[in-house]
Design a protein around this ligand. Structure first.
Ligand SMILES: Cc1cc2nc3c(=O)[nH]c(=O)nc-3n(C[C@H](O)[C@H](O)[C@H](O)COP(=O)(O)OP(=O)(O)OC[C@H]3O[C@@H](n4cnc5c(N)ncnc54)[C@H](O)[C@@H]3O)c2cc1C
Length: 371
C-alpha cells in the first residue's frame, strides 16, 4: 500500500502550492525538501502578482496568468481563514512606468499586442500620460513620461504566502519533510518510491516542484525540463509612510512600508551574490522614477535565482514513460501560486492536463534542427 496519495519534491512556492491544493481536495501529500543550503527562488523574489508583462505572442500564458491573478483573492482569503496568516495580497492594479517617449511607445505597442492576442477574452489596459499618472501616484519624478496600467496586477508578501501554504498543508493532513534531498526515484507507471533523509516514501503520483532541481529529477522520470538559473538583484529600503498606492513593475511598497526596488535579469549561472554595478543601476532608475527615494536608506540587497525555461514559459507535463509523474515549474511562482493550488492540483488528481495547458508541454523542446 502506498503511504501517500502524492509525493511532491520541493517545498518552495510551486511545490507547496500544488501540495496544498492536493490536501484541500482530501488527498494526503508528502513534500520532500532539500536543506537550507538550497537555492530558493521563493525566498528571494519581488512579490508581484503580475499580469501586464506576461504572454506576448503566447495568449495561453496571458490567460493562465490572468486566471491565477483572478483566483488570488480567494486563495489568499482561504489561507488566512485556515492558518491566520495574511499573505498581504492586494490587487489595486499596477503600472509599468516609462522614463522616455521611446519606452512609452514601445510599451503602447506591447499592450496593443496583448489586447489583439487576447481575442474575445480582451485585455483591458490604459496608457497613462504623465498628468494622469501623477493623479494616481503623486510621487513620480519630473523625468517620468507615462505608464501602462492594468487592473489585473497586484502584489503579496511571498514569505508569508509560503508560510501560510506550509501551515495550511500541515493542517489538512499533508506532511513536510525538510533535509530530504532526493537523488534517486524508483519509478513505474503510477507507482513511485523515493528514499530521502533516511526514510522511504511511496505514492501513485509524483509532482516535481523542485525549481532548478527539476532538470536532473525530470530526466529520471522521462521528463525533459531544461530550466536554468537567471539571477535577479533586489534592494529593500527602510520603512516609510505609505506613498505608493499600487505596485509598479520595478518598485513597490510593502504593507509594512519598505520600498522594494527590483530587479535585474542576469545570466550568472549559480552565483546568487549581488554586484555594486547592478545595485547602482537599479537605484539610479528608482530615484529618477521617485525622487523621494534619494533620502531613503537602503537596509538590504540580495540576489536570487529565477527558475527559467528557454522560452520563459512555465513547464507543465505528465511523463509518457511514467504516467502519474508531473512536472510543475515556472518563473512566476508568486503570480501562479493560486492557479497551482486551485487548478493544477486538480489536474494531478485527474491524471491528465487540460488542453489549455498544452502550450506549456515539454513537447516544445523536442523540435529537431531542420536537416
Ligand atoms: C529576483 C527574483 C524576483 C522574482 N520576482 C517575482 C515576482 O515578482 N512575482 C512572481 O510571480 N515571481 C517572481 N519570481 C519567481 C518566483 O520566485 C519563482 O517562480 C518561484 O519562487 C519558484 O518556486 P519554486 O518552488 O519552483 O522554486 P524554489 O523556491 O527554488 O524551490 C524549490 C525547492 O525545491 C527544493 N529542491 C530542489 N531539488 C531538490 C531535490 N533534489 N530534493 C528535494 N528538494 C529539492 C529546494 O530545496 C527548494 O526548496 C522572482 C524570482 C527571483 C529570483
Amino acid at each position: 500500500m502506498p503511504d501517500f496519495d502524492a509525493i511532491v519534491i520541493g517545498g518552495g512556492l510551486v511545490g507547496t502550492a500544488v501540495a496544498y491544493g492536493l490536501a484541500r481536495r482530501g488527498k494526503k501529500p508528502v513534500v520532500l525538501d532539500e536543506g537550507d543550503i538550497a537555492h530558493r527562488a521563493s525566498r528571494g523574489n519581488f512579490g508581484l502578482v503580475w499580469v501586464q508583462s506576461k504572454g506576448f505572442g503566447v495568449p495561453e500564458y496571458q490567460r493562465w496568468t490572468r486566471r491565477s491573478s483572478d483566483a488570488w483573492a480567494e486563495f489568499s482569503t482561504d489561507l488566512l481563514s485556515e492558518t491566520g496568516i495574511a499573505s498581504g495580497h492586494e490587487r489595486p492594479g499596477g503600472v509599468t512606468i516609462c522614463l522616455t517617449e521611446e519606452e512609452l511607445d514601445k510599451r503602447r505597442r506591447l499592450m496593443e499586442q496583448l489586447n489583439v492576442e487576447a481575442g474575445e477574452t480582451q485585455f483591458e489596459y490604459e496608457m497613462l500620460h504623465r498628468a494622469e499618472l501623477k493623479k494616481l501616484i503623486p510621487a513620480i519624478g519630473p523625468e517620468v513620461v507615462g505608464a501602462s496600467f492594468t487592473k489585473y496586477d497586484g502584489h503579496a508578501n511571498p514569505l508569508y504566502t509560503l508560510r501560510a501554504l506550509h501551515a495550511a498543508l500541515l493542517k489538512r493532513g499533508g506532511r513536510y519533510v525538510p533535509n530530504a534531498r532526493v537523488e534517486r526515484i524508483n519509478a513505474a507507471p503510477n507507482s513511485f518510491t523515493i528514499t530521502a533523509g533516511g526514510q522511504t516514501y511511496s505514492a501513485p503520483k509524483l509532482v516535481l516542484g523542485a525549481g532548478l532541481g527539476n532538470k536532473v529529477l525530470g530526466a529520471i522520470v522521462g521528463l525533459n525540463v531544461p530550466v536554468r538559473p537567471l539571477r535577479g538583484q533586489i534592494i529593500v529600503t527602510e520603512r516609510v509612510q505609505p506613498v505608493l498606492p499600487m505596485p509598479t513593475l520595478m518598485i513597490r511598497q510593502t504593507v509594512e512600508g519598505s520600498i522594494m526596488i527590483g530587479e535585474s535579469r542576469e545570466e550568472a549561472n549559480f552565483d546568487d551574490t549581488t554586484s555594486p554595478e547592478i545595485v547602482h543601476t537599479l537605484a539610479q532608475r528608482a530615484v529618477k522614477t521617485f525622487p523621494f527615494l534619494r533620502n531613503v536608506r537602503i537596509v538590504r540587497t540580495w540576489g536570487a535565482l529565477r527558475v527559467m525555461a528557454p522560452d520563459g514559459l512555465p513547464i507543465y507535463e505528465q511523463s509518457r514513460e511514467f504516467p502519474g509523474a508531473f512536472v510543475c515549474t515556472c518563473h512566476s511562482g508568486v503570480t501562479l501560486a493560486a492557479a497551482h493550488a486551485l487548478h493544477y492540483a486538480q489536474y494531478v488528481i485527474d491524471g491528465t492536463l487540460p488542453p489549455e495547458l498544452a502550450r506549456f508541454s515539454t513537447k516544445r523542446f523536442d523540435v529537431r534542427a531542420a536537416a
